[in-house]
Design a protein around this ligand. Structure first.
Ligand code: PLP
Length: 383
């Protein structure tokens, strides 16, 4: 790893570089071997190379880079964002309590609900932006784990990580933040007092919609939770493949440029459609009318992310007509890729998710902003 003083942009541009001492290649090789030999006296030929479920050079390289970005003590890659979240959830023993932010990624919510029901962990779901209710719940129920998503998907609510971390610290609870929609370039929850930060690396970290991955980072590598998570990755085996780790590291080389463009596009797009005749509300923390704009501006640096939602004026049919009329935005789930995506979330997650049927979730990519605005204008004109 290069010198500590380098900016994230420089670290990222050289991600994994200077790796191959034999050839001088500026990008690391992919090591497909799952197993590694021992010599005649049964010592490993190369220490640290035993079996690819234990570890792998590309994991270490990528984890070290992400730990630098997060200002973390350590990081671990997982096979997907959900695999990473599962390892965090399982830090809570049967009989324990989890406080989960409500109105977050439905896949996380439903996973916590199903898992807690089976394992005898008490689950409470609360609006994490309701400061007083949250503080009272933390003090009264003393959860083992508080799990936030900042900004939340698809409602873009912004919880106050520093304030909540003071409360979790007072009772010895673990505070974990899913900061997927922000990226570590604009939000570093560990510097605000969180104990763990998790990302679906499938999204902007990789950024090209061609890798499934997850990553957890810790503020304290000696904590019980971190010991469990690292052991769990090894034992439960939810590891990333070598090829995926290589693609992720390659994708991250351009992370700073992509995030810069996506942030700028998203803010311009949100401002353009804020107050539009066919749009009831634009949910985006970069807008001054957003309920947590001031907090978001304090917590985030360099932008507000590429995720936003539009609540369309009219009916579900109108929202689906607009979605169906888009040309440049691809109608697909996921977020954080270079291509802009639109999703009618209620169709995907079902009415039980509580997502309004007029909500369009948008992931803003790196296209020219005028083309994105023109595409949404013509789609809204079709309603
Ligand atoms: N966290 C957030 C905020 C997400 O949006 C998603 C997926 O959409 C996940 C976690 C799950 O990540 P993965 O699909 O990589 O398992």
């Amino acid at each position: 790893m290069p010198s500590k003083s380098l900016h994230p942009e420089s670290l990222l541009a050289h991600a994994g570089g200077g790796f191959d001492k034999t050839t001088g290649a500026v990008v690391p090789p992919i090591q497909p071997s799952t197993t590694f030999v021992r010599d005649e006296s049964y010592e490993l030929v190369s220490s640290g190379h035993l079996y690819s479920r234990d570890d792998n050079d590309l994991f270490r390289k990528t984890e070290a880079l992400i730990a630098r970005l997060e200002e973390a003590k350590d990081s671990r890659l997982f096979a997907s964002g959900m695999a990473a979240i599962a390892a965090i959830l399982r830090t809570v023993k049967p009989g324990g309590t989890i406080l989960l932010q409500s109105g977050i990624y439905w896949g996380t919510t439903i996973f916590f609900r199903r898992n807690c029901e089976r394992t005898g962990v008490k689950l409470m779901e609360l609006d994490a932006t309701d400061k007083d209710a949250l503080a009272a719940a933390i003090a009264d129920t003393k959860p083992d784990l508080v799990f936030l998503e900042v900004p939340s998907n698809p409602f873009l609510r912004v919880a106050d990580i520093a304030a909540i971390s003071a409360q979790t610290r007072a009772i010895g609870a673990t505070l974990c933040v899913d900061a997927t929609a922000a990226t570590p370039l604009i939000l570093k929850p560990l510097t605000l007092g969180a104990d763990l930060v998790v990302h679906s690396a499938t999204k902007a970290l990789n950024g090209h919609s061609d890798v499934l991955g997850g990553v957890v980072s810790t503020a304290d590598a000696a904590s019980e939770a971190w010991g469990f998570i690292t052991q769990e990755r090894h034992d439960a085996g939810a590891v990333m493949g070598s090829f995926e780790a290589w693609l992720l590291l390659r994708g991250m080389r351009t992370l700073s440029l992509r995030v810069e463009r996506m942030n700028a596009n998203a803010l311009a797009f949100a401002k353009h459609f804020d107050g539009h005749a066919k749009v009831k509300t634009v949910l985006y923390p970069g807008l001054t009318g957003h309920p947590e704009h001031a907090l978001a501006a304090r917590q985030m640096h360099g932008g507000f992310g590429s995720l936003m939602s539009l609540l369309i004026k009219g009916t579900k049919a109108d929202a689906l007509t607009a979605t169906g009329s888009l040309d440049l935005f691809q109608r697909a789930t996921s977020l954080g890729g270079v291509e802009s995506l639109v999703e009618h979330r209620e169709t995907i997650e079902g009415p039980q998710s509580g997502i309004p049927d007029t909500l369009l979730r948008l992931s803003i990519g790196i296209e020219h902003i005028d083309d994105l605005i023109a595409d949404m204008e013509q789609a809204l004109a079709a309603i």
